[in-house]
Design a protein around this ligand. Structure first.
Ligand SMILES: [Zn+2]
Length: 469
């Protein structure tokens, strides 16, 4: 016991001294005309090796050398790793041929509309030191042409016409972040203490940028109705404007690599009404209310599917009957899908069971909301519980399991609401029951199949609290 304590203390002091000594940095230059990024990753004390995390980068990397200010030697990657002279001061230089990188998902029209722009993932530029956990994360300085700006999930340090500098933030493993090198309309949206960096890649459609800003502000602002404040202090929001026959928001995703980011592909030619009626952005921003749970997608997708409707209801984008009709329709879609291709239980529902996973998870969110209000006699609800996560758990760069997160939520609320649901429903049932619950809340359907709200129902007061936050 005693020896353990000394060991831990020594390890701690050692790690801190190593962390303190690190002044690693990355310099990169985007050479637009040559479609290349030239980069150097510099160390005071080189790690044993650097690793490639992306398949795409493995094909696009060339001109790898090590220079220690006296000599330069060629190096080769073997099995995605390059060995460095451990402990030496110097830089690994490399080039990325961006034409060999794969195009990001959801942006098929990128090349048509934004021929001069580049969108890649953070892993398509960066290499990982083998001893990263003992090092502080580096700053990255990016040099670029004057007509290009850089969008990144990392913390922005400073920016001039041709140089943009960021502090890289911690990432959960296997998470992606997006970088854009493009003519961008860059705007800051201040939301309380939070800074939302809106980067609009607009091609020739700049006349819609004020509309896009208004829309992003409304959709991002809607999640403030859960937990009092915007959940993160800083956020990258990359909007890629598209055209053509796709929907008004053909694609949206939340990224957790290198910090938090939201990517939205938008066709504003559909007009303000359709843009504000679309659920995609509300869904993506709602993801930010919970931390990254890569192995429990039912939680992440379920809680986002629940909140995309609750947040829009609270800020007046949906009326109460419409919000409940959307939730009811979703719960039914999930139930039908669970009957048709049921995974043994909700916990195991995967990509083949999308509707079961999304909407079964949304029923769990509603159940937790109702049970918390019942157990606390109205003092707490799901919004107050998730609001507390802002103080401990949202921007730490770690991944969570549902069990870990639900245990934390039980600790925060001093209840057993979350783990009871996890053990009795998520791990056991293909799909949670929702019909009786909706009836108790006073959500019913008339003969024409329209939603009617019954204020005499036993849990009608809880339904009203859900609407008002
Ligand atoms: Zn989602």
């Amino acid at each position: 016991m005693y020896t353990m304590s000394i060991c831990s203390l020594l390890l701690m002091l050692f790690s801190q001294s190593v962390l303190a000594q690190n002044n690693d940095y990355i310099e990169a230059e985007y050479l637009t005309k040559e479609s290349k990024i030239s980069a150097k990753y510099c160390f005071n004390h080189a790690p044993n090796y650097l690793r490639i995390e992306s398949n795409s980068l493995a094909d696009a990397l060339s001109h790898v050398t090590w220079s220690n200010f006296q000599t330069t030697q060629n190096l080769k990657f073997r099995y995605r790793s390059v060995r460095l002279p451990k402990g030496q001061k110097g830089c690994l230089n490399y080039q990325v041929d961006v034409k060999k990188l794969s195009q990001p998902r959801g942006s098929k029209q990128l090349n048509q509309v934004h021929a001069d722009s580049l969108v890649i993932t953070t892993d398509e530029l960066l290499l990982s030191p083998s001893d990263q956990k003992y090092r502080s994360l580096p700053q990255i300085t990016i040099h670029h042409d004057q007509q290009i700006q850089v969008s990144a999930p990392w913390r922005l340090i400073k920016q001039s016409a041709t140089v943009t500098q960021f502090q890289i933030k911690p990432s959960p493993r296997y998470s992606e972040g997006y970088l854009a090198f493009a003519p961008l309309d860059q705007r800051n949206i201040q939301m309380g203490k939070s800074r939302l960096r809106l980067d609009i890649m607009n091609g020739d459609h700049s006349k819609n940028n004020d509309l896009i800003e208004d829309w992003v502000q409304t959709m991002a602002g809607s999640i403030v109705s859960v937990g009092q404040a915007f959940p993160l202090t800083e956020l990258q929001i990359l909007v890629i404007v598209t055209e053509g026959s796709g929907g008004v928001v053909p694609w949206g995703q939340v990224n957790r690599g290198g910090g938090q980011g939201v990517l939205l592909v938008v066709n504003p030619q559909h007009g303000k009404h359709r843009l504000f009626a679309d659920w995609t952005a509300a869904h993506e921003f709602s993801h930010l209310l919970t931390p990254y749970t890569p192995n429990d997608r039912w939680l992440s997708e379920g809680f986002a599917s629940y909140h995309q409707n609750i947040t829009r209801l609270r800020v007046g984008l949906l009326d109460e009957a419409t919000a409940w009709s959307k939730l009811w329709a979703g719960f039914e879609r999930g139930h039908k899908s669970a009957n048709e291709h049921a995974a043994p239980n909700l916990k195991l529902a995967g990509r083949k069971n999308t509707m079961q996973m999304y909407w079964g998870g949304a029923v769990i969110a509603l159940k937790a909301d109702v049970a918390l209000q019942q157990q606390s006699h109205g003092r707490m609800n799901l919004s107050t519980a998730l609001g507390e996560l802002q103080n401990c758990c949202l921007d730490t760069g770690r991944a969570w399991s549902a069990r870990q997160l639900f245990t934390e939520l039980d600790r925060i609320t001093a209840t057993d609401v979350f783990m009871t649901l996890y053990e009795q429903v998520v791990q056991k049932e293909p799909y949670p029951d929702y019909q009786y619950l909706l009836k108790s809340l006073g959500v019913k359907k008339n003969h024409y199949g329209q939603i009617v709200l019954d204020d005499q129902a036993p849990l009608a007061h809880i339904r009203k609290k859900i609407a008002n936050g």
